[in-house]
Design a protein around this ligand. Sequence first.
Ligand code: G1P
Length: 288
Amino acid sequence: MQLKKVVFPVAGHGSRFLPATKATPKEMLPIVDKPLIQYAVEEAIDAGLTELIFVTGKTKRSIEEHFDASLNINVTNITESKKRLFDEMNHIIPDHVSCTYINQEEPLGLGHAILQAKPIIGDEPFAVVLADDLIDSKKGVLKQMTEQYVDINSSLISVQKIQKKDSIHYGMIDTETSNGSIRKLTGIVEKPNPDDSPSNFGVVGRYIFSNQIFSCLETIGFGTGNEIQLTDAIKKMIASQSVFAYEFEGTRYDCGDKLGYIKANVEYALKDKKFGNKFLSYLKQKIL
Ligand code: G1P
């Protein structure tokens, strides 16, 4: 079945980023001049997805307003380049793409957030993007994954090699051996201690699921941190159908973490066509 829908869980507390996230979702924090959620949305649209579903919490308004096409800025003496910028801002979402906003009333975890999208997803497969995982790659990771999905037609989760000492921050996977970038999952565990981690592959926030993930999410109950954990549902799904791990190409920045966020800003600022070189000179001055 063709993949059209993508879920963005954006209701998290962003507690690692307080006080910036007191009244603003962490997904609205900018990398240079664009909020994280816009990078995620552009990646999804570039992968051919046309129905965007945002699972929002109490600070949802800014996300809805950001993608609202009817922004009306009344300024006189506006330059041509500003006009172009305003026009671009009003067309982040192309006409053939729709946005739906669902409220997650209680923050009961990532799995619970995804479950809120069930009535809209119906019986279709769908993608999930965690916008605080920003991935810099030639080809968007969701596009890489949708291309793989055409061949395997099974649930697919993105992974990267991490240092084992960092396993406490990731869903960690166990797989059958393979020489390629696709491996069949045999196990998954949420944020284990390094000694208990089944491998050095950690899950990154891009997923494609068959809709069977919903029945798994509905039956697993509360897990770590008294939350409904997506990882527990994936573990349950492995028992009845194939799930694959995909080692993507690209550099991932954990923008839910202050240091990861700052690194992403530095890297994207260095790539900026207008001021990248000036910024590099500034950094050199600072360091040398
Ligand atoms: C979530 C998932 C975890 C995954 C991570 C990727 O954790 O629960 O399995 O490895 O995203 O960013 P969180 O970062 O929300 O704590």
